[in-house]
Design a protein around this ligand. Structure first.
Ligand code: NAD
Length: 288
């Protein structure tokens, strides 16, 4: 990659960022689409978010991705938010244009796009989504925006539970046609009953992710049926216990979190540049 006096800057802010695959993915994509742009990662603590965002504006940076702990703070700083970012209350992608900040959230877009790539449309579907953190909220909001009929949210009674209730309230206010119900994950009888009524089951908790890779929130394997779509936000490991057991019990569409990760990056690249990311190449080079 040749950097010169006209190279335009994109970047990632948050902390930690050292492990992020984003610089490799975006720089490769800029190169393949002949764009004179470069992408860097900056380790930014929460208290410095405003100072850093003001500096990026002053430097003429064209856009940036945001990771924890800065996502909510950046949503507060944005001049305009997409419907998804406003409902989620967090941004992971920001475009800077004429000194204004346009905030987006592509996590849910990535989830829905990955489902579509595998022949599943959330429109008119009933979904059971386990989780109430960042990934889960993005999935619930984007699915509602894209016409899901009913969303059952399950979370254990921890510090995230009020977030589930607040997401349900926000979706009901903005999209009254979408029915959202919240239940404690501890009530497994209700969980299995609602999964039976669902087309799509999603795990968007940390269960299944290392070091919890030997755990799954679904203990009663009889809920898995061939037409139940099972998706996991977790991508480390690529195949979680939930996915393995769903496959063993005959579920035909079983999707890991890596596709969601790829597609959220693809959506951000398109928002940044208006160009298509070479997603298949990026997948083969960096995600396999
Ligand atoms: P978060 O910290 O915002 O939320 C954590 C969630 O996990 C909460 O709902 C919490 O209640 C639940 N949880 C934690 N431990 C649990 C346990 N022992 N039992 C039941 N529930 C438990 O995290 P997040 O950012 O939403 O990430 C959740 C998962 O999604 C992680 O594995 C993360 O890597 C993954 N993720 C994937 C993508 C993607 O693009 N595929 C994007 C974001 C996050």
């Amino acid at each position: 990659m040749d950097i010169n006096g006209k190279t335009e800057l994109f970047c990632l802010i948050g902390s930690p960022v050292g492990h992020s695959g984003s610089p490799a993915m975006y720089n490769y994509s800029f190169h393949r689409t002949n764009m004179n742009c470069a992408y860097l990662a900056f380790d930014v603590e929460l208290a410095k978010t405003k100072e850093v965002v003001d500096s990026l504006k002053a430097l003429g940076c064209r856009g940036f991705n945001v990771t924890m702990p800065c996502k909510t703070r950046v949503a507060e700083l944005a001049d305009e938010l997409s419907d998804a970012a406003a409902l989620i209350g967090a941004c992971n992608t920001v475009v800077i244009k004429d000194g204004r900040l346009y905030g987006h959230n592509t996590d849910g877009i990535g989830f829905v796009k990955n489902l579509k790539e595998h022949g599943v449309d959330v429109k008119d579907k009933v979904m059971a989504v386990m989780g109430a953190g960042g990934a889960a909220t993005a999935i619930q909001v984007q699915s509602a925006l894209e016409g899901a009929k009913k969303i059952y949210i399950f979370n254990r009674r921890d510090e995230f539970y009020p977030n589930a209730e607040s997401t349900a309230k926000k979706i009901s206010e903005k999209l009254p046609e979408v029915d959202v119900e919240v239940y404690p994950l501890e009530d497994s009888r209700v969980l299995y009953e609602k999964v039976q009524k669902s087309h799509i089951l999603v795990n968007a908790t940390k269960v299944g992710m290392k070091p919890m890779e030997e755990e799954s929130l679904i203990q009663d394997l009889s809920v898995f049926r061939p037409d139940l779509v099972v998706a996991d936000a977790v991508y480390n490991p690529r195949e979680t216990k939930l996915l393995r057991e769903a496959m063993e019990k005959g579920c035909k569409t079983v999707l890991g979190g890596i596709g969601m990760l790829l597609r959220q990056g693809e959506a951000a690249f398109n928002i940044f540049t208006g160009e298509d990311m070479p997603a298949q190449e990026v997948y083969e080079k960096f995600f396999q």
